[in-house]
Design a protein around this ligand. Structure first.
Ligand code: NAD
Length: 269
């Protein structure tokens, strides 16, 4: 059994991560962390997740949480992932980061942690197996179909999501750009409004819908004269993100130092 600490343990993802760990038979909950001042600090993480007592109280100190036999940290919080990663690496723990909207500086700092401090880190905007296969299929379609197939990306999420477009939609856009050798900043148009004129061929329309309790839908549309191909993924539960995060932990247990993504974990490169 491998000990795992969850950062953001009271969040929507954090609770499902706690539940999946308690149900796994392979991992145990070594610690649960929330932001300083959270009303959930001091509560049992398992009871909060709705799956019985875990015997692990939520703490505001990652350092304290790391002291109970942890081999890995999973962070789906909305705080500073680089600080958390630094502490995890210093404690010789693998680090899995699901938090989205990381900046280029965050990514550079994570890369340095892997190179200079021997960190074993997976960072991925989407941990689902299906979505990671979608990245691969979109890459093939974008390369195969050619420029006369216009690409539009549509995503929908629940009304509490903070960032837009979703990290997954951004990644889908990057995949198309890589396949067609386009520059992302030039190619992507976030929404359209007003007299925008005829659609250029080298454009990716990006559309973020928000509402209700939608866990996460992504569709990439390739449209040409006379036909349309749509590649879609729909998430109906957060558990598949949690299961993907645990696959990432398993991968890192034996991996050399490095900054990886889910394509590495799932051997899709
Ligand atoms: P949420 O708001 O429900 O939960 C975030 C939790 O993090 C909150 O409980 C908050 O108190 C806690 N938090 C904030 N700062 C913290 C800190 N410094 N230390 C500890 N805890 C802290 O959000 P959510 O829906 O669970 O999503 C969390 C993140 O995960 C978002 O960035 C979201 O986009 C991302 N996400 C990623 C995937 C994926 O597969 N990679 C899937 C779903 C969500």
């Amino acid at each position: 059994m491998h000990g795992v600490v969850i950062v953001g343990a009271a969040g929507r993802m954090g609770r499902r991560l706690v539940a999946n760990i308690m149900d796994s038979g392979k991992f145990f909950l070594a610690g649960a962390v929330e932001v300083e001042g959270s009303p959930f600090v001091g509560q049992d993480a398992g009871i909060l997740a709705g799956c019985g007592e875990a015997g692990v109280k939520i703490t505001a100190s990652l350092e304290e949480a790391l002291a109970n036999g942890a081999e890995a940290v999973i962070d789906f919080a909305t705080g500073n992932v680089v600080d958390a990663a630094r502490m995890a690496v210093a404690a010789n723990c693998a680090m899995v980061i699901g938090t989205t909207a990381l900046t280029a500086d965050d990514r550079a700092a994570l890369k340095r942690l892997s190179v200079e401090n021997g960190g074993r880190i997976v960072a991925a905007n989407n941990m689902s197996v299906g979505v990671n296969l979608l990245f691969k299929l979109v890459q093939q379609a974008a390369a195969f179909l050619g420029i006369d197939y216009n690409v539009e990306i549509v995503e929908m999420h629940h009304n509490k999501k903070l960032d837009a477009p979703s990290g997954t939609a951004v990644r889908l856009g990057e995949v198309v750009c890589q396949a067609r050798q386009w520059d992302y900043e030039t190619a992507v148009k976030n929404g359209r409004s007003g007299m925008v004129g005829k659609r250029p061929a080298c454009e990716i329309g990006m559309h973020a819908l928000r509402g209700g309790d939608v866990v996460g839908d992504h569709t990439v549309i390739f449209s040409a004269e006379g036909e349309r191909l749509e590649l879609s993924h729909r998430a109906s539960s957060r558990d598949m993100f949690a299961r993907g995060a645990l696959l990432a932990v398993e991968y890192l247990l034996d991996a050399p130092a490095g900054l990886y993504d889910m394509q590495d974990v799932l051997n899709l490169k």
